[in-house]
Design a protein around this ligand. Structure first.
Ligand code: SAM
Length: 383
């Protein structure tokens, strides 16, 4: 394969030259540098000792973890032999060490005492081998992460952390309802709430999988961007913790005029429910503040030009379930579209909290009731 050298964060890597990213023999998507920037910041904040980049492709993620975070032992794994060989090359490029693979695995001890392991094989097989071994596991697959969740929850320590990406947004957002029922055992919603509901279905699924092992889940930060979902999750050991997380699962209902309602509970009491899905927070304030601080302290570690702006949007966003899309509300209620900034100002002047949301530039997160939101839209008189 023809290779070109690029730089991302503090890593230099060789990536395959290709007309379109999905045609390349080993996958590298520069747009996902924002995902990796936030992941590097998260790993810095969490400070795990042993990290697994379970679906590594070029090795960029694992290499950045070992170059830019305090992680002492970083494993990079891929099932594709071309990817495995490229990761070995990229380790050599960054650390100037030759790694000789033995039986599909190469281990490198760096002069600073850190350890790198490059593995060729199925991620589930590797995670089954390394029972309760990793402090942080990164799942960044093509499509859905569900096929890796059980192994990851057994391979991570009971008070460890997971970084989970899902790129099957069509499934989680209701374009392929049957696939959502099959993979996530959840009813997806279409329309303006589909991205937030999709993210909450993904988290809800991890909560259900984790609960089997008497593990509770803390959402450190979860977001939607560029047609993927990403969640950083902290695990809590104990049946009671698992119960508390399961108690945060529930359902969403939406009326024709856009008014929504959600309720925690095991089974929906009314027809027309979407879910089950996570109805708890999508961020831990202190964690996000730490990411902002780390990002400002080491700007060299930020590879994507939108990372800081996006992180501060996440930081400022009101953390309440769901949001109102001004365009959808206007359409459904015969109102004129009002500027998001204007509607936010009106809601605040009425004494409510209201912010923009990363889910959509035309939407508002607020603790105001539906009627107050309609009022902020000018009640059909235009404004
Ligand atoms: N994490 C990478 C990054 O940030 O650039 C991108 C990973 S890419 C989306 C998914 C990778 O998973 C591919 O390289 C593919 O070969 C690998 N893969 C697919 N199924 C796998 C499996 N069962 N075990 C290990 N690797 C697998």
């Amino acid at each position: 394969m023809e290779l070109v050298e690029i730089k991302e964060g503090l890593a230099r890597i060789l990536v395959p030259k290709a007309e379109r990213i999905y045609d390349a023999p080993v996958f590298y998507n520069p747009v996902m540098a924002l995902n990796r920037d936030l992941s590097v910041l998260a790993v810095k904040a969490i400070s795990p000792k042993r990290v697994l980049d379970a679906l590594s492709a070029t090795g960029i993620r694992g290499l950045r973890y070992s170059l830019e975070t305090p992680a002492e032992e970083v494993w990079m794994n891929d099932i594709n032999e071309g990817a495995f060989n490229l990761i070995l090359k990229n380790v050599g490029l960054n650390f100037g060490v030759e790694s000789v693979p033995e039986g599909g695995r190469a281990e490198v001890k760096l002069p600073n005492g850190k350890r790198l392991v490059v593995n060729l094989g199925d991620a589930n097989k590797l995670m089954a081998e390394k029972f309760r071994y990793f402090d942080f596991i990164d799942l960044d697959p093509f499509g859905s992460p569900v096929e890796f969740l059980d192994s990851a929850l057994r391979s991570v320590k009971r008070r460890g952390f997971l970084g989970v990406t899902a790129t099957d947004t069509g499934v989680l957002c209701g374009a392929y309802r049957k696939a959502c029922l099959r993979k996530y055992l959840a009813e997806p919603i279409r329309g303006e709430l589909c991205h937030e509901a999709g993210l909450r279905i993904l988290i809800g699924t991890v909560v259900r999988y984790a609960a089997k092992y008497d593990l509770g889940v803390d959402v450190l930060l979860a977001y939607y961007r560029d047609h993927y979902f990403r969640a950083f999750l902290g695990l809590k050991s104990g049946a009671k913790k698992a119960d508390e997380s399961v108690e945060m699962l529930g359902y969403l209902w939406q009326e024709k005029n856009g008014k929504f309602r959600y309720e925690t509970g095991f089974l929906p009491e009314e027809q027309g429910a979407y879910g089950p899905m996570w109805l708890g927070s999508l961020k831990d304030e202190k964690f996000v503040e730490e990411l902002v601080k780390l990002a400002k302290a080491e700007p060299d570690s930020i590879a994507h030009k939108k990372t800081l702006q996006f992180l501060s949007l996440l930081h400022e966003e009101l953390d309440v379930p769901f949001h109102y899309d001004t365009h959808a509300l206007a359409r459904k209620n015969g109102l004129e579209v009002v500027k998001v900034s204007k509607a936010i100002e009106t809601l605040r002047s009425l004494g409510f909290s209201a912010t923009r949301t990363h889910f959509s530039p035309t939407s508002i997160k607020t603790n105001a009731p539906f009627e107050a939101v309609l009022k902020s839209m000018g009640n059909g008189k235009g404004c």
